[in-house]
Design a protein around this ligand. Structure first.
Ligand code: FES
Length: 145
């Protein structure tokens, strides 16, 4: 699964999914089920809503597993459209800490993984993929601490 890249398009915008980067924070399918439904195959329906709404949601992906490009600018605009806002983080209410830029994670003195487009760290303590959010906070609601 390391190098799998899937693309889904509505003819105007293409959603790019890299499953190896996904931390299962579940923002996509919880916030835009018309497009993202993990129970369906394919799990992405790029024609579920309009282009602007798709772009808005893809930019919310905390792991960088979802990105997009405009079909008419595929080769010239990739840098502009990737999910990156260097040096920023967002605390999600009752959810993870989302890092929105490249970060390398070290655990017990060993470099664990590099996340070129950021990642989401668990704050609820229930993730089975610590230190990353896996969406378990949905089953274990907590108040911001
Ligand atoms: S904050 Fe998402 S699993 Fe803990």
């Amino acid at each position: 699964m390391k190098n799998i890249v899937k693309e889904y398009t509505n003819g105007e915008v293409t959603i790019v999914w890299k499953p190896s980067l996904c931390t299962h924070a579940s923002f996509c399918w919880r916030e835009l089920p018309e497009v993202f439904d993990p129970k369906k195959r394919p799990w992405v329906n790029a024609k579920g809503v309009g282009t602007e709404r798709i772009i808005q949601q893809v930019k919310r992906c905390p792991s960088g597993a979802l990105t997009h490009y405009m079909n008419d600018k595929k080769n010239e605009d990739m840098e502009e459209t990737k999910n990156c806002s260097c040096g920023s983080a967002e605390v999600i209410h009752n959810g993870p800490l989302v890092i929105k830029s490249c970060i390398c994670v070290t655990q017990e003195g060993k470099k664990d993984e590099e996340h070129p487009q950021g990642t989401a760290f668990c704050r609820c303590g229930h993730s089975k993929n610590q230190p990353y959010c896996d969406g378990s906070h949905m089953q274990h609601p907590f108040e911001n601490k």
